[in-house]
Design a protein around this ligand. Sequence first.
Ligand SMILES: Nc1ncnc2c1ncn2[C@@H]1O[C@H](COP(=O)(O)OP(=O)(O)O)[C@@H](O)[C@H]1O
Ligand SMILES: N[C@@H](CCC(=O)OP(=O)(O)O)C(=O)O
Length: 373
Amino acid sequence: MTSTVLPSAQRLVIKVGSSLVTNDGKGLDHTALSRWAKEIAELARQGKQVVLVSSGAIAEGVARLGWSSKPSAVHEKQAAAAVGQMGLCRAYEAAFQEYGLTCAQVLLTHEDLSDRTRYLNARSTLLTLLQLGVIPIINENDTVVTAEIKFGDNDTLGALVTNLIEGDALVILTDQTGLYTADPRSNPDATLVRFATAGDEALEAMAGGAGSSVGTGGMYTKIIAAKRAARSGAATIIACGRETDVLTRLAAGEAIGTQLTAHTTPLHAKKQWIADHLQLKGRVTLDAGAVRALKQGGSSLLPIGVSAVEGEFLRGEVVSCIDGNGVEIARGLINYSSQETSRILRHPTGQIEAILGYIDEAELIHRDNLVIS
Ligand SMILES: Nc1ncnc2c1ncn2[C@@H]1O[C@H](COP(=O)(O)OP(=O)(O)O)[C@@H](O)[C@H]1O
Ligand SMILES: N[C@@H](CCC(=O)OP(=O)(O)O)C(=O)O
């Protein structure tokens, strides 16, 4: 339980809060942005895919408009967010450019992620950006949200994005070292919780249950976000964004802050997520040997075991694996598009590169991404 998850995490969602991004509301903290960009560039160099969820639009808008404090009227908050988002984009673009990385702005609402078509569109856009080596920077689309449909906090958005792209981990950077047994601002004796299980109800009490002074945000939404991220098997780390090299040290295996691990095995949760949430985009027909290998369990699907392909799909989409009689054997996330699959089917893995001119993965569907029917 005490091992750290980040060294093996391939796909990460990193969320930074308003207090960090805007230096406690005193305008954008360019030094902090540049530090994170440098660390994220290092993670990318290590082969990790990173999505950044950044708050701060409203706080930055308030500063740019010369207002003395955050307005309470929703339409004024929306206006401030629209102004501030420009600043966030410019600052992130400059910060990432310094390290040779391209970034992209993605604004999402809760509705986008509860509507199946939009969910899948958002997913495929984000996966395409990641494949292109671009760092997506996500915020809530404050212009179009009303009280009922708004995320209300970017911790929840971070968790939903983690589910959406099946991130291996959600890293929530905030102004505290991690989760304490009580709010350290008002409880000097509180101690840091280093490892726990996401979804453990005792954590919600520590973070101040809903209705208390911190119940509408603060640590509470981070604990709930961890519970949500665990549904697709992701672990959550809550750490201080002001700590030197926090991201690269976490990636090197250092236990910093609080780690909340998914209670089910990540693999099981991820497979369940694939089965429940993603739409079938096509079918591949397996030969008898591949059917046996999959049914007996434990094997990945290799292109040599596939005899036919139907439908149009992209890398990362879900396809059904059927036997010669059309009976479904499994479903899984495929590593090659339908066009690529039709070119490499019946071929040994060693020939993929010669046929396509490149190789993404040796397997057509990795066993971790296969759900046997
Ligand atoms: N048990 C707890 N452990 C740590 N921080 C807590 C706890 N309960 C409440 N908090 C408060 O949560 C705050 C962080 O939440 P918030 O201000 O919403 O950050 P962000 O802008 O990063 O989302 C801390 O500054 C702290 O005062
Ligand atoms: N969309 C808003 C997000 C506000 C928000 O959730 O802030 P935080 O609790 O600091 O992560 C903004 O950019 O200001």
